[in-house]
Write a protein that binds this ligand. Structure first.
Ligand code: ADP
Length: 366
């Protein structure tokens, strides 16, 4: 069973910028996990951006300390790479407690949860990534643990079955999800705080890049940090990947310093375009426009054509394209906006006038 005692990123099924293909900066999941762990902020004040979320968490931490109570259960939601795990790993440092980490897909039955629950310390944290993927039986097993710090274990079967109740240490459950809509109502209601993480501004990402470049002992100019930030899909994990790639590029082809020119050349080589769209983004838009005439088309059809899981599309590629208004969602499916056509160097279609209606204006009659 996947169980990590303290820190270290939980299992993740996602690549840094959207799965599929392997552009040079994307590297393996394992490598991206190691990078994440090395660059993750350790305290709330080191977290950049998401100010409102950080402020609310600081209040919750201060209250928990003063009242001598565990922190209430917290749910983080938002697209991959925006800092859900980061916030979860910062909180035990602030509270001076430990964290155990696992993920929804690793918990297939209630018994898989037992080692985590029995290892809890008073006030410690249990982090479940991809919590929307917990099977219903495991979810229901968690309810009394979350509410009353107890679990009910059924021993034996049929007529001889009996239930024993086990008391647990008071703990905090932190759930992370890219799909809060898939979480059941009862599960969602059991979280005291529900924090939604937003995409980052270019300024915030540039700051993250500069801080992380310093951690990696790499020189980077402020202009280069902005160039990388502009092309990082509003996502710190992508920014880290771009920084690593630019660092390698600078070391191999230049003096090791990341200047704006080096950053531009590195990203051009990695096929990240000037708008910041990567190979997967462009494949998505090309398919939608060239094959489906700009839509509307369903996500399943797009996923099948791109040979990617519909979840990958919905979780990793589409949120950024939606936010930047390259696509819109309509009841009949995804639709490319004029911005998407322009990004691919094409003219958006003009609304067509149905045949037979062209010349039927009174004034145009001969
Ligand atoms: P998620 O759990 O949402 O997929 P992570 O918390 O693993 O995302 O974030 C990926 C990486 O991005 C982290 O390792 C960290 O280096 C960086 N990061 C995320 N959020 C922030 C932030 N607010 N400030 C600084 N770095 C961040």
């Amino acid at each position: 069973m996947a169980r990590e005692r303290v820190l270290g990123a939980p299992p993740k099924g996602s690549s840094p910028a959207g799965g599929g293909g392997s552009p040079p900066w994307a590297s393996s999941d394992e490598e991206s996990r190691r990078r994440d762990a090395a660059l993750r902020p350790r305290l709330l004040r080191e977290v950049i951006g998401q100010r409102k979320v950080a402020q609310r968490l600081a209040v919750a931490v201060a209250a928990a300390k003063k009242l001598g109570e565990p922190l209430g259960h917290i749910l983080f939601d938002g697209p991959p790479g925006l800092g859900k795990t980061t916030f979860a790993t910062v909180l035990p440092n602030e509270l001076g407690t430990s964290i155990q980490m696992t993920s929804g897909p690793a918990l297939s039955k209630p018994a898989d949860l037992l080692p985590f629950l029995t290892n809890l310390e008073e006030g410690s944290i249990l982090f479940i990534d991809e919590i929307h993927r917990l099977p219903r039986v495991v979810e229901e097993f968690l309810y009394p643990a979350m509410e009353d710090y107890r679990i009910d274990i059924v021993l034996g079967e049929g007529m001889h079955a009996r239930t024993i109740t086990m008391r647990l240490k008071r703990f905090t459950l932190i759930g992370a999800t890219t799909r809060s809509g898939l979480l059941s109502g009862p599960m969602r209601d059991r979280f005291k705080m529900h924090e939604h993480l937003e995409f980052y501004s270019v300024e915030e990402l540039a700051q993250i890049i500069q801080v992380n470049a310093a951690k990696l002992q790499t020189q980077i100019t402020p202009e280069a940090a902005v160039e990388l930030a502009r092309r990082s899909r509003g996502t710190p994990r992508v920014a880290n990947a771009r920084l690593y790639w630019a660092r390698s590029y600078a070391a191999a082809c230049h003096e090791g310093i990341i200047t704006a020119e080096v950053a531009r050349a590195a990203l051009d080589m990695a096929e990240v375009d000037r708008e910041g769209l990567d190979k997967n983004d462009r494949r998505y838009l090309e398919t939608l426009i060239d094959l489906f005439g700009g839509g509307p088309t369903g996500v399943e059809a797009l996923a099948a054509t791109l040979n990617l899981a519909a979840d990958t599309l919905a979780d990793e590629i589409e949120p950024y394209l939606l936010r930047e208004q390259y696509i819109v969602r309509s009841p009949r499916g995804r639709l490319a906006t004029p911005r998407a056509w322009q990004a691919l160097g094409k003219l958006p279609p003009t609304p067509s006038i149905p045949a037979g209606q062209k010349n039927d204006s009174l004034f145009d009659q001969p």
